[in-house]
Design a protein around this ligand. Structure first.
Ligand code: HEC
Ligand code: HEC
Ligand code: HEC
Ligand code: HEC
Length: 124
């Protein structure tokens, strides 16, 4: 093999690797979902399973994000954890577990479906 051919192979390889890298980047960068699908809360009251995706997806209960993420303002603003504002020992704002209880149970009562009994949410 001449050094010229070796050089060309080198360029081709570099090109292939670049494309593979680019593909991996786009595939993996898009793969992690923007929002969690399912959330398992752990508390002193036991574990609580929350099917996040079913609560907001069209094929599920189709609630808008801001039904729950009530402090969302600007278009495209990313929801943050309730605990960012509702602290464990909150005083000015309702504390985290109260905020969640009020919202989860409140909506289940209002919509006449979804669990309202302690043991229906808290898996021990
Ligand atoms: C039925 C109520 C509800 C709906 C509707 C909802 N979410 Fe959530 N979401 C929650 C709860 C509760 C959490 C857990 C928050 C926590 O752990 O403090 C959460 C967590 C999240 C998180 C993770 C936040 C973090 O940093 O921990 C993201 C991101 C998110 N939701 C985005 C969305 C988006 C986008 C939509 C609309 C497509 C949406 N949610 C609809 C209730 C809801
Ligand atoms: C950016 C800060 C912030 C985030 C994030 C936030 N909250 Fe709140 N929340 C507040 C403040 C401040 C209040 C009290 C003032 C008001 O009612 O708007 C409040 C009030 C509430 C109330 C009304 C309590 C009552 O007794 O009337 C509920 C329920 C609640 N939040 C649930 C949640 C849940 C559940 C999440 C997460 C999905 C969440 N909040 C995320 C700041 C926040
Ligand atoms: C905005 C209204 C709304 C809020 C807020 C809400 N839910 Fe629900 N949830 C529903 C409705 C409606 C159903 C039942 C639909 C049915 O049975 O067809 C449901 C069903 C459920 C179910 C049983 C079926 C399933 O999806 O697993 C669980 C468990 C549940 N919710 C947990 C929670 C928890 C935990 C929270 C708070 C973190 C919460 N939900 C907040 C409306 C809500
Ligand atoms: C709709 C679902 C749901 C129902 C019904 C429910 N809970 Fe909860 N509970 C939760 C969620 C969500 C949390 C918050 C976990 C966290 O802070 O991450 C929680 C937290 C708690 C905690 C921990 C509080 C803390 O300060 O750490 C206790 C204790 C508790 N619940 C007891 C109860 C009792 C007793 C009942 C019945 C009267 C009940 N729960 C009904 C969803 C529910």
């Amino acid at each position: 093999m001449t050094s010229k051919t070796e050089q060309n192979i080198g360029y081709v390889l570099a090109g292939v690797l670049f494309i593979v890298g680019l593909l991996c980047y786009t595939v993996f960068a898009k793969n992690p979902p923007q929002e969690p699908l399912r959330i398992m809360f752990t508390s002193t009251g036991g574990k609580v399973f929350f099917d996040h995706k079913t609560h907001f997806s069209e094929s599920g209960y189709a609630f808008e994000c801001d039904m729950c993420h009530h402090m969302l303002e600007g278009e495209g603003e990313k929801p943050v954890s309730c605990g960012e504002c509702h602290l464990e020992d909150g005083e000015d704002t309702p504390k985290r577990s109260d905020a969640l209880h009020t919202q989860c149970i409140g909506c289940h009562e209002d919509s006449g479906s979804g669990p309202v009994d302690c043991s229906a949410c808290h898996l021990r």
